[in-house]
Ligand binder design. Sequence first.
Ligand SMILES: [Zn+2]
Length: 430
Amino acid sequence: MRVLCILLLLTASLAQATTRVEGLRMWPSPERARLVFDISAPLEHRVFTLADPHRVVVDLAGATLAKPLEQPAADDRSLQRIRSAVRKKGDLRIVLDLKAKMRPKTFLLQPGNGHGHRLVLDLYPGDGAVAGTSAVKRVEPAQVLRDVVIAIDAGHGGVDPGAIGPRGTREKDVVFEIARELERAIAAERGMRPVLTRTGDYFLSLRKRIERARQHQADFFISIHADAFRDRRVRGASVYALSQRGATSEAARWLAKRENASDLIGGVSLEDKDNLLASVLLDLSQTATIEASLGAGEYMLKGLGRLGKLHKTRVQQAGFVVLKSPDIPSLLVETGFISNPSEEERLMQSRHRLAIARALVDGLRRYFGEHPPPGTILAARKHVITRGETLSEVAQHYKVSVDLLRATNDLKSDRIRVGQELRIPVASEG
Ligand SMILES: [Zn+2]
């Protein structure tokens, strides 16, 4: 029994230490060859070059190959072949056999744009700074700025059609179309990334919707609905944030179940706090979250008000379950009354749905412009290049690495021009 326990512990710690290399994608180009390793988690790595014949060696700490690596095309200008070997302590070594001398640069990318964690290896032709070196060169992993994540929640779904309009339009269909429109609009925004809580026509419980947003570490949550009322003349959009009473009842729930909750509230675990401290922390977090929601909601109402008369001109507050994340600002948007014949017709028009999505994104842009979460692209400062400045000087000035600067600005080379605007990453406050 005891032996078994130790064995289980060993396998558990080994499993934790292993990062899978899930694939390799290559973009050959005369100016710079880019190799992207898709990895299951960030990892420690080092890169060095060897001569006679020219090779680039990448050592990945605690990594395994999920499948054999992609090989370069026969006419690839820089790469001959890619080999891999398992080294001691479960490290993975990848060797690139080169056709000519190349200068490697690496950096890590966090999940974004439909990809997971990535290790990027750029190969520049010629000698450059690390000419002829066979010495081991330590490459620090760069912390790349992340997107602000917006969780979009299309209300209802599956067996729950939501409200139904006089012409038979179902709320669940209309709000899903608006959610899709919003998803596209957010994906097109610099520094923002959308995630949908439900991606099709199926039932999803309210708690599950919150859970999805937490899983994706959303910075904001928007639930899309359409209203209904027995008086068909009632019309207009409205926006809801969580009420203080809803927050209080939710706090009681969190405190009651916190013994087995691995959740973090605003990055803080409540598990090891005594009752009073835990409730104070929770209360602070909830108050800040409601205030943030109200602020963003006002911006959205401004935009929605330009599309037609509003049902309520101020953000309303209610105890809706989907709004109960203690640390994710959350809004529920009633996009109009599906029970009003002319609004039902408008909600069926794709132009109107697009206009709603744009109004919501405008609100988000304004809100996050004023309150960018630390460590995100939106929190980056700007620097305009002046005559004679080099990329490494800019990096030095702001105390960030050149790799990070290059990755943040999607630069394909170190060439910059006068007047060019660079985003300068601001260190995360942790
Ligand atoms: Zn609804």
